[in-house]
Design a binder for this molecule. Structure first.
Ligand code: NCD
Length: 304
């Protein structure tokens, strides 16, 4: 049985297959509408979510399946003191596949060890978010037409941003990828990503706190929200939350075929005047999330 805990659980070939299936789903919706008849997805969200949970649920429904779960753990037996392992063993009796988000790093991995059905990590603390990365990869492939020869700027909260950690890990497997890591000192990319992911794979990268410094070089600009819920004190959050606000002026030197991505939700880091720019693709990105999750559910349930 296969789980998706870390993006590296999938080979490049498997990722390419998922992207191809997602594209086929986009073009042939009807063909897939009964693929999961009689199957159930459980969404266990111990942390807030809009896109990830609803896109998973919409994905299962569009495959003909059903959905159970909770979006607020205070309404589950966790509030009575039940462990994640016990919850998972029980939910496995009621469902065929589980998507789970948890504030503790590693919780989905622990869950997968006890589970009788496939577990999908829908975000674990400040660690990983592999299905956002699949969404990002489908977006990049569809909008740029390639996965190699890209200079990718990642901007904002690179310390706590789990989508950034998973995306960097995924992109290091493609050819000629360069990163521009844009953050204030306090929110720099964790040391373990630099050593274990970037250096280990000989990936070229620069760090800066200036969003405009390398703007002209970028093929992709991936903006992120400052992760308020991971801060230990509010004063630090307030000081850093508006460090970057991308607007039209800051994009002046950018390439015409740049794509601007954001996993969403956005707070202040992209001014709404950028939404009209043809290079903004964060809402499209959210839509791609549903199709790639459909492809992933089919794969993990081994549906032909
Ligand atoms: C991201 C997350 O939950 O990590 N959101 C998402 O899943 N689309 C990014 C964020 O919350 O800032």
């Amino acid at each position: 049985m296969k789980h998706l805990i870390d993006i590296k659980d999938l080979s490049i070939e498997e990722i390419n297959d998922l992207i191809e299936v997602a594209k086929d789903i986009i073009n042939n919706r009807e063909k897939y509408s009964h693929k999961c008849d009689g199957r159930k997805l459980a969404t266990l969200f111990f942390e807030p979510s809009t896109r990830t949970r609803l896109s998973f649920e919409a994905a299962m429904m569009e495959l003909g399946g059903n959905v159970i779960g909770f979006s607020d753990s205070s309404s589950s037996s966790t509030s009575k003191g039940e462990t994640v392992s016990d919850t998972i063993r029980v939910v496995g009796c009621y469902s065929d596949i589980i998507a789970m988000r948890h504030p503790k790093e590693g919780a989905p991995l622990v869950a997968s060890m006890k589970s009788t059905v496939p577990i999908i990590n829908a975000g674990d603390g400040g660690h990983n978010h592999p299905t956002q990365t699949l969404t990002d990869l489908l977006t990049i492939q569809s909008e740029k037409g390639r996965m190699d020869n890209l200079t990718i700027g990642l901007c904002g909260d690179l310390k706590f941003g789990r989508t950034v950690h998973s995306l960097i890990t995924a992109m290091t497997r493609y050819k000629n990828i360069k990163f521009v890591l844009i953050s204030p000192k306090e929110l720099e990319i964790p040391e373990y990503i630099k050593k274990e992911v970037l250096d280990k794979n000989n990936i070229e990268y620069v760090e800066t706190n200036d969003i405009e410094e390398y703007m002209a070089d970028l093929d992709i600009l991936y903006m992120t929200r400052v992760q308020k819920e991971r801060f230990f004190n509010e004063a630090d959050y307030i000081r850093l939350k508006d460090y970057y606000i991308l607007n039209k002026e800051k994009l002046e030197k950018a390439k015409n075929d740049l794509i601007i991505m954001h996993p969403l939700p956005r707070v202040n880091e992209i001014s709404t005047d950028v939404d009209e720019d043809k290079r903004a693709c964060y809402f499209k990105q959210a839509e791609y999330g549903k199709y790639i999750r459909m492809a992933l559910i089919l794969k993990l349930l081994e549906v032909e």
